[in-house]
Design a protein around this ligand. Structure first.
Ligand code: UDP
Length: 244
């Protein structure tokens, strides 16, 4: 088998909170977390400068809090704190797999997580640390997808890898519609015109305005992260140069 060669040397990976949940209905599945960290450790071998934005939906989503009668801002703060729990768990798991990691949070929790300061983040990447970005953008009414695009731009990532449960972007929900078609490549405009739910509008607009390519792929298949980083056809590419 030919040696895999990375196409990208600097990436931002977006993991939803659900990626840590496995088949459970809530929280973090330790076995899944460990196998995820092991897969991420292979990026280290390739010397890929890696930032990871982790979501919090496996623990708390602002919208669910609102449905329970909470104030939206307070509920979103809870959601952001949920991402901090996930970030600490992921940081620990990466450490156990030999990946030195810094957790950088949009808001500091003294003694627990360091505040995100862009210059420090860039220095840490040069020093070989993986970065796990916590607390989203630090602002309510946003999502961790928007935070992922933002951090990708801030760390000058060449691509954002959005790991999901589905193996790419489809014309309709493939779980419900057997005729759903998978796209190999889409422009940002097509995503917007066809109203494809790749990310929320704020996130996709920010990616479009700054020409940040996005690869949407499934985390359920082992090895997909490396494939995506090596430019192999995996999932759907939004923006950027189509795969060969
Ligand atoms: N959140 C927020 N601002 C942000 C990012 C996230 O208020 O910049 C809150 C929001 O309540 C959201 C929750 O954190 O529901 C968890 O994030 P998200 O839903 O994006 O997580 P994911 O779906 O990726 O697990």
């Amino acid at each position: 088998m030919a040696e895999e060669v990375p196409r990208y040397k600097r990436v931002l990976l977006k993991l939803s909170g659900e990626a840590l949940m496995g088949r459970a209905a809530y929280g973090i599945d330790p076995a899944l977390l460990s196998s995820l960290a092991q897969e991420l450790a292979s990026l280290k071998k390739f010397e890929i400068k890696t930032g990871i934005v982790i979501g919090g939906g496996n623990i708390f989503r602002g919208i669910s809090g609102v449905a329970q009668g909470f104030d939206r801002v307070r509920a979103d703060q809870m959601g952001m704190l949920a991402t901090v729990l996930n970030a600490i768990a992921l940081g620990e798991a990466l450490g156990q797999h030999g990946v030195p990691t810094k957790i950088l949070s949009a808001f500091e929790i003294k003694g627990v997580v360091e505040a995100f300061v862009r210059e420090n983040a860039l220095d840490y990447l040069e020093e070989g640390y993986f970065l796990v970005f916590a607390a989203g953008t630090g602002c309510p009414f946003f999502t961790t997808d928007t935070a992922a695009v933002l951090r990708a731009l801030e760390i000058k990532a060449e691509v954002m890898l959005k790991a999901t449960k589905v193996d790419g972007v489809y014309s309709s929900d493939p779980m419900k519609d057997p005729k759903a078609q998978k796209f190999d490549h889409l422009s940002y405009e097509e995503v917007l015109e066809k109203n494809l739910r790749v990310m929320d509008l704020t996130a996709i607009s920010l990616a479009r305005d700054n020409n940040l390519p996005l690869i949407v792929f499934s985390m359920q298949k082992k090895g997909n992260i490396i494939k995506a980083v090596c430019g192999e056809k995996v999932g759907t590419l939004v923006g950027g140069e189509p795969h060969d």
